[in-house]
Design a protein around this ligand. Structure first.
Ligand SMILES: [Fe+2]
Length: 449
């Protein structure tokens, strides 16, 4: 039942309003002045304040102001005579919902109160709908995100925006230890609290003079994956905020679990295909360790060149697999000591294409595939298999071209010994800009020094 407080120094008005509104099904309490009204408001539970303007000591305007400090979304209607109608307008500008002109009849009173409650319900429904729509959108995005950092950032950004928090953190459990995986906005200084909370897997709320900090665990099945912590100033988080955070956390936990499964699957695929590539080298003393060395050199060059994380990851995936297409080239050709004839060359030159095709069914290796296909291209367009030129080649590809060539020159071959360093350096100097990217060559030569 909605509760109405009637504040008026005239008893007859109080009694009249009480009778009419009780007949309408409201619970009605009354107060004969402003301070009596404030102490009833302090007890809580009031939905609508119906107040006179002119009362001794605390007038209606001040009463509304004080009351709003206790109940921020309190509805209020001010009762006024013609003489004080300007004051009533002021009250409305300050947030009173409506005014009622004295003397009023019963119909006016009933109408004003009904209208106020209808409006409030509408506003609440609107707010709820808006929240639900936002939540739905976030859920959609969360469930479509398997890349973990994107997922965490999305969760944190949404949680902060939806609850108007000052800042937040996401903690994940790695090897049974909580680790801060993402942070945004104000620094909450949560280490101690979070460690405890993550351990217990229970929600926590800590209120202080400055505001409130909440921690909501991310739980999938019975496993605590981590949790999200948020801080808000003032009176802290509303009940609506809390419900929303729990819904978000549930959705995020499912997506997070999916992302773990997904990356396990990726790792499994990757190790399988890497074993295949190692197997290819295992029986050949000349190329044994080649893909491992090329990988190490690629990553060193990538770091020196300050390649972004995406590029580094592509190198990490592509370099160990770059020659995997050689499974389709016969050993007789691969191990031939005499000079290769044109047919042999055709066969060898097919290996980047075969490599690309072998990896094609594995969706997440799509960036790596490009490097596998293009590790024998040249800046001047005279490479194979596609005759690409400088503008078509990205930095990770330019890096693997140099790293692969370096390791080939620095290892023994069936038909020659490894080249001396001096000769390798000359080879790179002579061919920078035509075969090799000059910046990558420059970086390699610095590393060799
Ligand atoms: Fe190759």
């Amino acid at each position: 039942m909605s509760k109405v407080l009637v504040a008026d120094d005239e008893e007859i008005i109080r009694e009249l309003a009480k009778e009419v509104l009780e007949a309408e099904g409201y619970e009605v309490i009354t107060a004969e002045d402003g301070s009596a009204a404030l102490s009833k408001i302090a007890e809580g539970g009031i939905d609508l304040l119906l107040t006179d303007i002119k009362m001794p000591e605390i007038d209606g305007l001040r009463l509304i102001r004080e009351a709003k400090k206790v109940i921020p979304d309190l509805l209020s209607i001010i009762m006024t005579g013609y003489a004080t109608i300007e004051t009533a307008r002021k009250a409305i500008r300050e947030g009173a919902y409506d005014y009622l002109l004295k003397p009023f009849n019963l119909v006016d009173l009933r109408m004003a109160v009904t209208k106020a409650f209808q409006r409030k319900r509408l506003e609440e429904e609107n707010a709820r709908l808006k929240q639900l729509t936002a939540l739905f959108e976030v859920s959609q995005k969360l469930s479509g995100t398997v890349e973990r950092d994107n997922l965490l950032n999305l969760l944190l950004r949404s949680a902060i925006a939806q609850t108007k928090a000052l800042g937040g953190e996401i903690w994940l459990i790695d090897d049974r230890k909580p680790r801060r995986a993402a942070a945004l906005g104000a620094n909450l200084n949560l280490n101690g609290v979070v460690r405890e909370a993550v351990h217990n897997g229970k929600p926590i709320s800590i209120s202080s003079k400055e505001g409130e900090v909440v921690f909501i665990p991310l739980i999938s099945g019975r496993k605590v994956l981590g949790g999200i912590a948020l801080g808000k100033d003032g009176t802290g988080f509303s009940q609506g905020d809390r419900e929303l955070l729990h819904l978000l956390a549930n959705q995020a936990a499912i997506s997070l679990e999916n992302s773990y499964l997904f990356s396990n699957l990726q790792d499994a695929y990757f190790s399988t295909i890497k074993s295949l590539s190692l197997l290819l080298e295992a029986n050949d003393p000349y190329i044994k360790g080649h893909s491992q060395r090329v990988t190490e050199l690629c990553l060193r060059l990538g770091r020196e060149l300050e390649l972004n994380e995406e590029g580094m990851e592509t190198l990490r995936q592509a370099a160990p697999l770059h020659d995997i297409g050689k499974i389709a080239v016969s050993n007789d050709i691969l191990h031939k000591r005499e000079e290769l004839n044109p047919d042999d060359w055709e066969a060898i030159k097919s290996h980047p294409i075969v490599g690309d095709e072998v990896l094609a069914p594995i969706g997440f290796l799509y960036r790596a595939r490009k490097l596998v296909r293009h590790h024998h291209e040249r800046m001047d367009g005279k490479g194979y298999p596609d005759g690409l030129s400088e503008g078509d080649l990205d930095l990770p590809t330019k890096i693997i071209i140099v790293a692969d060539a370096y390791d080939a020159m620095a290892s023994d071959r069936p038909y020659r010994k490894r080249l001396p360093n001096k000769r390798i350096i000359k080879e790179f100097r002579d061919n920078e800009g035509t075969q090799f990217d000059p910046l990558v060559v420059h970086t390699l030569l610095e590393l060799l020094n």
